[in-house]
Design a protein around this ligand. Structure first.
Ligand SMILES: [Zn+2]
Length: 506
């Protein structure tokens, strides 16, 4: 299906929307401050070698010196690949090449490998936190779309998450494609179904990137940045643009120019589809994208037929409940349910993509009596889910009438990215009523009065709770005060939420 990609750029945030037939299908957000340094390659300068800790401090141009342990130093290829794990497939595709040496005794002590003042190419493994400097490795790995390139290595690995039966064939194809030029490659899980052409494209991109890095290391002074993982803008060209993409529109002149230069060098096929958006209206207003983002963060999604979805995301799974709207006449009941479920099948597929929900999803369609209706809904659901660029699997109706499916977890979900758990209800979505809080307080005072003997009790709580004590609940409060033989005073605290309170013993 034809699609357009809209990019809304601002210094603090980049937002990307993939639009098909006027409807947003995918949203990506990257915040400049949250990008971090992991994956960055620097030409560092050894500022101190610490033989006692078998580590070194490296100046990479940040406020604080970064930290490099001997295990993350340049691999001695012979030492690294000697021993029993010689032909073991590489364990994980996404991990950078920071694997420790197989045996510490295989490595020379750090003071015999590097010296103060030496220039050294390094990559950030962990961002600096607080007073701790960044953690580095000298084993460079560059992530492509389908492959990870280990330029200083010579292994060909396949992610273990790919089924065993396919691994050997993929490895053989990769070996043939990378025969010339050297270096190690790891095939990522998402490359399972990649064509030779796609793999070759990624290999060329990675080799070119490495050539740039090496070139920079020769030209630039120590403590220079040599390479950064691609920004969201660049990843759009590398990962999202396909044959179905008609236009890629960017609303920033400066970013457009940079993206065009990037396209010319690395993704020439995308260049002619790049456009600068200069319209009056904000680019995300064109297809009401901001409204769709807001809807993708809410629990309830309205359907055109009058029904609605309720989507709940927990850590373990996501549930989607399909509901008819209001009263449905008995005469056309079956048809209304059928139509609502069909519309829901489409809406659910879209919401899963927009929200980027991963893991197990359980859909509770409205019960259908007719078998042909059930089959039609399931087949529509499968068709809609099948358009997802993320890997999915859909089961049939269970005995309880639920449809179970899985969607591969990729990046964070939209909600994880843009929202946090509500501190008032701690994610439950509900808080105790002021009256429930009043009764909690009365019980608590009774308990305390048995254990302690203060002069007076003071209740500090939200104004809603205090007002109830002053009005409707005043008799209960007075009764308790008489019973324990102690005065109870009240104090409203504006900063407290409805569920919060404190009982002070005076
Ligand atoms: Zn809440």
């Amino acid at each position: 299906m034809a699609q357009d990609i809209l990019i809304n750029w601002s210094p603090q945030e980049t937002r990307v929307a993939v639009v098909e037939q006027g409807a947003v299908q995918d949203v990506y957000v990257e915040r400049t401050l949250e990008r971090g340094l992991v994956g960055n390659v620097y030409l560092g300068k050894v500022s101190r070698v610490l033989p006692g800790m078998q580590s070194a401090f490296i100046d990479i141009g940040l406020d604080r010196a970064a930290f490099l342990h001997v295990a993350d130093l340049m691999p001695n290829i012979n030492a690294r690949h000697a021993g029993k794990d010689k032909d073991k497939p590489v364990a994980s595709a996404s991990a950078s090449a920071g694997a420790a040496l197989p045996g510490a005794d295989a490595a020379l002590p750090i003071e015999r490998q590097i010296f103060e003042g030496q220039a050294l190419m390094v990559q950030v493994l962990k961002d600096p936190i607080g007073t701790k400097g960044a953690r580095l490795t000298a084993q460079i790995s560059i992530a492509g779309r389908l492959l990870v390139f280990l330029p200083q290595d010579n292994h060909i690995g396949v992610s273990q998450k790919i089924p065993f039966a396919q691994r050997e064939a993929l490895r053989a194809r990769l070996l043939a494609l990378t025969a010339e030029g050297g270096g190690g490659f790891i095939l990522r899980t998402n490359a399972e179904d990649a064509s030779d052409e796609e793999l070759a494209e990624d290999i060329a991109y990675l080799r070119k990137t490495w050539a740039h890095i090496k070139n920079g290391a020769m030209r630039l002074p120590p403590a220079s940045l040599l390479h950064q993982d691609l920004t969201l803008l660049q990843r759009v060209l590398r990962d999202l643009v396909g044959a179905q993409t008609q236009t890629i529109r960017v609303d920033s002149r400066e970013q457009f120019a940079q993206l065009e230069a990037f396209a010319r060098e690395y993704m020439p096929s995308t260049q002619e589809r790049l456009q600068l958006y200069t319209g009056e209206r904000p680019i995300f207003d064109l297809h009401q994208i901001d409204d769709d983002i807001a809807r993708a963060l809410s629990r309830r999604v309205e359907l055109k037929s009058g029904g609605y979805l309720v989507i709940d995301q927990t850590e373990a799974l996501t549930t989607v409940d399909v509901n008819t709207g209001g009263y449905v006449g008995a005469r056309n009941f079956d048809d209304t349910v059928f139509r609502t479920n069909l519309e829901a099948a489409q809406a659910i597929a879209r919401q899963l993509r927009l929200r980027n929900l991963g893991g197990i999803v359980i859909v509770d369609f409205i019960d259908m009596v007719r078998e042909d209706h059930r089959e039609a809904v399931l087949s529509e659901f499968r068709k809609q889910i099948g358009r997802d660029r993320v890997k999915t699997m859909v089961g049939g109706f269970s005995q309880l009438g639920l449809v179970e499916m899985t969607r591969k977890r990729t990046r964070e979900s939209l909600a994880q990215m843009l929202t946090e758990t509500c501190p008032t209800c701690e994610g439950k979505g509900r808080v105790k009523t002021p009256r429930s809080v009043c009764y909690d307080i009365l019980r608590e005072i009774l308990r305390e009065a048995r254990a302690f003997n203060p002069r007076e009790f003071r209740v500090v709580a939200s104004s809603q709770v205090i007002e109830l004590f002053l009005d409707e609940e005043s008799a209960h409060l007075a009764g308790l005060s008489d019973f324990i033989g102690k005065p109870i005073s009240l104090q409203a605290e504006g900063s407290m939420t409805q569920a919060q309170y404190d009982i002070v013993l005076l």
